[in-house]
Write a protein that binds this ligand. Structure first.
Ligand SMILES: *Cc1c(COP(=O)(O)O)cnc(C)c1O
Length: 411
């Protein structure tokens, strides 16, 4: 029996083990849009699903297939698809699986743009219930006869609420709802998704997966647990292969092919190379985040810190059980006499920026930017302070980050 290799070992060998020509360690960046065949029957076989070769790069290419193979292996899933961004993965998933008169349950703590997108879904006759994902009673009460899926994030931002993957997954299973989990905050190195009843993972590769803020990308991973024969909306044309493949086949055809949010070959390469150091980067960033959370938590100019690594966090134990670490996102409120915008302006090292999961530490005033469109009333309903700062902790040396926070708080 061969022993299962460690995460980074698997990752840095993932590309060359797919045997690119001439012993290359990277899969070539394939810019061909079209793929030509000497024998017309070979192209016909691609169209009719008898061959997994490529026809047109909007649906698949050798570069894309390489990254998909790597992601499937790292997540220990059944199969995966990649997209031009995380939002493309989320929108494509919903638009290709749902139809008018369906109902979905979405965590009210999801990424702001996901929240904005599900309000668009309502314009197409798909009803949406937003729930407090940490409140099982509320989830149960919002289930309807036509509820098709539940969508949530592992660790939400900015306020770091954590979902109980076992409990919510079981609820979904009992009610034949797809359990879709956005694991952008806790990609494969931090979460072994096979331990939980998760049906589909969605991930923004732009964040920790790539890590260098040089390429956008997204992925959908089918964990192979869901029985697609039970899904109400798989079109007859996509019920020809093994039922395990029905869901992704429909997402690929109705979503990727028809809507076209495909990942570019250059982005595939940048994301693949970036991912090689995912574990090293995450170890460093998560350690930094824990130390910074502790430092801020004891500081007399800080009113509140949101970070699951702190023992006072309501899901501290759950986070410790579910994930390899507590993540690298934290938010905090300074005391009322300090204005969050002025505090950010005083940072000399930490960058003022949206985005997260970067090598660099980033700060953003939450209410004034990513949650601005939502309005003060809705922010208050979420319990979000107008003076909140979100930090995405990077891999810098901890002392330099602490020094920057200290000098700005002393101003
Ligand atoms: C950033 C993010 C997305 C969207 O990803 P993009 O690649 O920026 O489109 C989705 N979900 C979460 C949790 C994110 O942080």
């Amino acid at each position: 029996m061969t022993k299962e290799k460690g995460f980074t070992t698997k990752l840095v060998h993932a590309e060359h083990q797919q045997k690119p020509a001439d012993g290359a360690v990277h899969i070539p960046t394939d810019h061909s849009v079209l793929f030509t065949y000497d024998n017309a029957q070979d192209l016909i076989d691609v169209f009719q699903g008898r061959s997994s070769s490529h026809a047109y790069a909007r649906q698949s290419s050798p570069s894309i297939a390489g990254l998909q193979n790597t992601i499937t292996k790292l997540e220990r899933g059944h199969d995966s698809l990649v997209f031009s961004s995380g939002m493309a993965a989320i929108t494509t998933l919903m638009l290709s699986l749902l139809k008018a008169d369906d109902h979905v349950i979405v965590s009210k703590f999801v990424f702001g743009n996901t929240n904005s997108f599900v309000s668009t879904l309502q314009n197409f006759g798909i009803a949406v219930s937003l729930v407090d994902i940490t409140d099982r009673e509320q989830i149960t009460q919002s289930i309807q006869h036509n509820t098709r899926l539940l969508f949530c994030e592992t660790i939400a931002n900015p306020m770091t609420q954590v979902v109980d993957l076992t409990a919510v997954g079981q609820l979904c299973k009992n009610n034949n709802m797809l359990f879709v989990v956005d694991n952008t905050m806790t990609p494969c190195y931090l979460l072994n998704a096979t331990r939980y009843p998760i049906d589909i993972l969605v991930c923004s590769l732009t964040k920790y997966f790539g890590g260098h803020a040089n390429a956008l990308g997204g992925a959908i991973i089918d964990m192979g647990r869901y029985d697609w024969k039970q899904f109400h909306n798989i079109l007859p044309a996509y019920q020809k292969s093994s039922p395990q493949d029905w869901g992704l086949t429909q997402i690929k055809k109705k979503g990727l092919r028809d809507m076209g949010a495909c990942l570019s070959a250059d982005s595939v390469h940048l994301l693949s190379v970036g991912s090689e150091t995912m574990a090293l980067r995450l170890d460093r960033a998560c350690n930094n985040a824990l130390e910074i959370a502790k430092y801020l938590n004891q500081h007399d100019k800080i009113k509140k810190v949101y970070y699951p690594g702190l023992t006072a966090h309501p899901q501290h134990e759950l986070t410790a059980q579910q994930f390899n670490s507590f993540g690298a996102i934290l938010s905090f409120e300074p005391v009322d006499s300090i204005d969050c915008v002025e505090l950010i302006n005083a940072f000399k090292l930490i960058l003022c920026s949206t985005h997260l999961g970067d090598n660099r530490t980033l700060a953003i005033p939450v209410a004034q930017t990513i949650y601005h469109e939502m309005g003060a009333e809705n922010r208050a309903r979420l319990g979000m302070s107008e003076n909140m700062i979100r930090l995405s902790i990077g891999i810098e040396d901890f002392e330099d980050l602490r020094f920057d926070l200290e000098q700005s708080l002393n101003k």
